[in-house]
Design a binder for this molecule. Structure first.
Ligand code: ADP
Length: 444
């Protein structure tokens, strides 16, 4: 395929289209997946902070009495609480083993308690050095080292239900940011690798997609060459005959008759060839179901045996017809096409039989299958030729077939007609012993 520039270019274009479309889909899918992951992580982070803040809120509020003042008892719940009015080092760490919120003791979390005028009362963990927006409930803080923190603010009330102050709980986003940057890196590396893989796959997929087209293109080219070749022989014969006649000053009557005979013979060969090609192409391109009628296979075979009896007689071949059933077998079909099918097979059987050979034709009905067999005791077909004999213009031995006047279209036509009638042709043959063609149709 690559040697043919038309198909090579088409393959390239197809591969480019495949890669382009699949690449865009891959990018969209990658970016979409990344955004979904960011959203899921973000939601997870928010839920986690909210859950911790909610638990702290429910635990601390009953312990808070005096507005703007931290109850040292809170240190039982938050052991690393650092009250601003007391030196942190003296704070009674680990007084209690009830670390109800162990999560707040990790380095990721900090808690900032502020009074109602937004002054710091107490802290837990390391607060980020950054400006805080008093109004925002949720905000992202960035410290001078470039680390991000996600912070949630809420108003706490004391045990009497009066505003006590604010609690700001924040969490480092370092693991979140690291995870996202790793994902971005994976995406940035993965996308080009994925794209290269797509491009390679597209190149091979384009080949697979174009292979049937290329095969039919080659068949058409071969067919055209075969047709040209077959037409050239009779045309050249006519040309040569006419030229030699014209070269003579006077053409005696016998010679002119000979010339006309040659022209007539070659012409009928040409007409036969063109007729066969027309029939084949009609069988190929007819898309609508043909108008079929009831055809009696018994009658067709009887008529053919009668018609070809003289041909068989001329070659000293005995032609036998054995209708294994008295009841006529009907199939739906086109009578002249069926006639042509069997005529090709029987004529071949006679042509490729030796002198004193036998050609036997039988017709049986098995279940609802009408089965016709054409058996000869002729020259047979070699095993390597059997798969090709139904190909157009295929001749086992060109010289031999040419003497019989065959163009190699007879079996191709028979096969096309059988296909058109949803029938089947099979062949078995043994070189030097004979051949058997079995044709089957659904009877009505
Ligand atoms: P042709 O017109 O040359 O006979 P066909 O398509 O009818 O072409 O047959 C293709 C080839 O198959 C022939 O060239 C012939 O060699 C072989 N063939 C067909 N029928 C028989 C047969 N009954 N016995 C032996 N060879 C056969």
């Amino acid at each position: 395929m690559n040697q043919n520039s038309l198909f090579f270019r088409a393959r390239w274009r197809l591969a480019l289209w495949y890669s382009g479309v699949m690449g865009i889909i891959l990018c969209l899918a990658g970016v979409g997946a990344y955004h979904m992951m960011v959203h899921a992580h973000w939601q997870g982070l928010q839920d986690e902070i909210e859950a911790v803040a909610g638990t702290l809120h429910d635990t601390l509020e009953p312990m808070l009495h005096q507005p703007d003042q931290m109850n040292p008892y809170v240190q039982n719940v938050l052991p690393n609480l650092c009250i601003i009015t007391e030196p942190c080092a003296n704070s009674p760490q680990n007084q209690s083993k009830r670390h109800i919120l162990g999560v707040t003791q990790t380095n990721d979390y900090y808690i900032h308690f502020r009074d109602r005028s937004y002054q710091t009362i107490a802290t837990v963990g390391n607060l980020p050095e950054s400006e805080v927006n008093r109004e925002a409930v949720w905000q992202i803080l960035r410290d001078p080292q470039g680390r991000n923190y996600y912070q949630f603010s809420l108003l706490l009330k004391n045990s009497a239900g009066l505003p006590w102050g604010y609690m700001q709980i924040g969490r480092s986003m370092a693991d979140y940011d690291r995870h996202l940057s790793e994902s971005r890196l994976a995406l940035l590396l993965g996308l080009p690798i994925g794209f290269v893989a797509i491009a390679i796959a597209s190149w091979y997929l384009a080949k697979i997609a174009m292979q049937p087209v290329y095969t039919s293109y080659q068949q058409i080219q071969q067919f055209t060459a075969d047709v040209a070749h077959e037409l050239r022989t009779p045309l050249a014969a006519i040309q040569a005959t006419v030229e030699s006649s014209l070269a003579m000053d006077v053409l005696p009557e016998t010679d002119s008759r000979n010339v006309l005979n040659v022209i007539e013979r070659q012409n009928s060969r040409l007409s036969q060839l063109v007729g066969d090609l027309l029939l084949l192409s009609r069988l190929d391109i007819e898309t609508n179901p043909p108008k079929f009628s009831h055809c009696c296979l018994n009658d067709i075979l009887c008529d053919l045996v009668e018609e070809l009896a003289s041909l068989a007689l001329a070659s000293d071949i005995s032609l036998n017809l054995d209708l294994k059933t008295e009841t006529p077998i009907y199939i739906m079909g086109n009578e002249s096409q069926l006639y042509r099918l069997f005529s090709n097979l029987i004529a071949n059987a006679i042509q490729y039989s030796n002198l004193n050979g036998t050609v036997s034709i039988s017709l049986t009905l098995q279940d609802r299958d009408a089965i016709a067999q054409i058996r000869d005791t002729g020259i047979g077909i070699a095993e390597q030729d059997l798969p090709h004999i139904f190909d157009r213009f295929y001749r086992v031995n060109s010289d031999r077939s040419r003497t019989t006047g065959g163009s190699g279209l007879g079996l191709a036509i028979a096969k096309a007609i059988a296909n058109r009638h949803r029938g089947n042709i099979q062949v078995t043959s043994e070189l030097g012993k004979g051949s058997k063609f079995i044709v089957s149709f659904k009877s009505v």
